[in-house]
Design a protein around this ligand. Structure first.
Ligand code: GLY
Ligand code: MN
Ligand code: MN
Length: 426
């Protein structure tokens, strides 16, 4: 609230979503709300009231009341008093009191900080609360003259992780690396993509991940060239590659890892050529992650290596400069190399400061995920058809450079083949 310059901030958590009749999608708290509170029950709102001094600022939680009957059916609720004690709010109220309390808290505040436009129901409720204050203007009450987006301040805070957040992200990565190792050991011709997915989910869950951080992509053969493939229902074929993009979410923090390996346990020559090109591009991108560099530097570094490799393998024609200038590489590499990672797999935080790419500073976490996806086409040598490779790791920017927190999942051809050989007992 000090950063915001005073006023009242209102941060609701996520609504529950019905799946059908009385069944709901698994509940996950809103990332901003969770970031500020650690409180994960639904039907909750955080209100922060700035004071004249920092010591006068107040955090007020609105949450569900204790209810013996509902708790018998649905499970434990903290209730306002329990939540206040356990989480350290200055005060707490039942959620049903929110509108009445807003009518007391809003008058004569310079600004209301709220993420307008994200939820129509909340927008209407906020308009109602402001109009209630405006309706009492003859008693001398003034409604806040400014409504500002609280997420802008929170995005900047979420972009740089503290030691506690990094410790959780390292553990989420460790679990997720083990899930990829499990998948490499398990995959074999004749197994189905969903069987491999089950191995991943099993490994996430048995180590305490609440969810997968996103729907796992388990893409055999040509499916690897579909960037967001989540069908995961096809058999794995001898001779194909398997691309797995999967990470667990632990205590509200995501891991995001991709590995690509041969179903048979042995890369073919053309598969190895494309794989090593992507691995070289990733190494170049990782070398570009350090304080003083900017968000686009790893992407540019990866692009140079990929584009040159595509020219050398006769996938593209022209000089390196011409290929980069015309963006003809986009036929085989159509996504960017990085995104912020944190509570959300594509995490909060701006990518630009004004006209310039955001500078990297210690504590930021970003993915490094170059790829190469070759669909069948007359002008492409058939040996490369349907090869789709992505290699994705998670990097923490450090004072000296970066720390890759996902190194435990093997990614050199030698290491992958050795692990798969070992798993097959030969
Ligand atoms: N798994 C989503 C991504 O890599 O961005
Ligand atoms: Mn990613
Ligand atoms: Mn990914």
């Amino acid at each position: 609230m000090r950063l915001a310059g005073g006023g009242v901030a209102l941060i609701p958590t996520a609504p529950e979503q019905a799946r059908n009749r009385d069944t709901h999608y698994p509940y996950r708290a809103d990332s901003y709300f969770q970031y500020l509170t650690g409180f994960t029950e639904p039907e909750a709102v955080l209100v922060i009231v700035a004071g004249k001094a920092d010591s006068e600022a107040q955090s007020i939680l609105f949450c569900r009341e204790k209810n013996a009957e509902r708790e018998t059916w649905d499970g434990f609720r903290h209730g306002p008093e329990g939540a206040r004690e356990a989480f350290g709010f200055e005060s707490a109220n039942v959620i049903g009191d929110l509108d009445a309390r807003l009518a007391e808290l809003l008058p004569d505040q310079p600004a209301l900080w709220f993420s307008i436009g994200h939820d129509a129901g909340w927008d209407a409720r906020i308009a109602g609360a402001l109009n209630k204050v405006r309706g009492e203007s003859r008693t001398g009450k003034r409604a806040p003259a400014m409504i500002r987006d609280v997420r802008a301040e929170l995005d900047a805070m979420r972009l740089v992780k503290d030691a506690t957040e990094l410790a959780i992200m390292r553990r989420a990565s460790e679990i997720s690396c083990n899930a990829h190792i499990r998948a490499m050991r398990f995959a074999a011709p004749g197994r189905f993509e969903y069987e491999v997915e089950a191995e991943l989910l099993h490994e996430f869950r048995r180590h305490g991940c609440e969810f997968p951080a996103y729907t796992p992509i388990v893409a055999g053969g040509a499916n690897a060239c579909i960037l967001h493939y989540v069908g995961n229902d096809q058999p794995l074929l001898d001779g194909d590659l398997l691309l797995i993009d999967a990470g667990g979410e632990l205590s509200g923090y995501a891991s995001d890892i991709t590995r690509t390996f041969p179903v048979s346990g042995r890369f073919s020559g053309p598969q190895a050529d494309i794989y090593d090109l992507v691995l070289d591009a990733q190494a170049a991108a990782i070398r570009a992650v350090r304080p003083g560099a900017n968000f686009a530097d790893p992407h540019d570094a990866a692009l140079k290596v990929l584009a040159q490799g595509m020219i050398d393998m006769k996938l593209l024609t022209g000089s390196l400069d011409a290929v980069l200038e015309s963006e003809s590489y986009k036929r085989f590499y159509m996504h960017r190399t990085s995104h912020w990672l944190g509570k959300d797999v594509h995490d909060a935080g701006e990518y630009k400061e004004g006209e310039h790419w955001a500078p990297l500073v210690p504590g930021m976490v970003l993915t490094i995920e170059p790829g190469c996806y070759i669909r069948p086409a007359e002008d492409v040598r058939e040996v490369f058809w349907n090869i789709g490779v992505r290699i994705e790791d998670d990097a923490v920017v450090t004072k000296e450079g970066c720390e890759i927190i996902t190194v435990a999942a093997p990614k050199t051809i030698a290491d992958i083949e050795a692990l798969m050989r070992d798993a097959r007992g030969r």
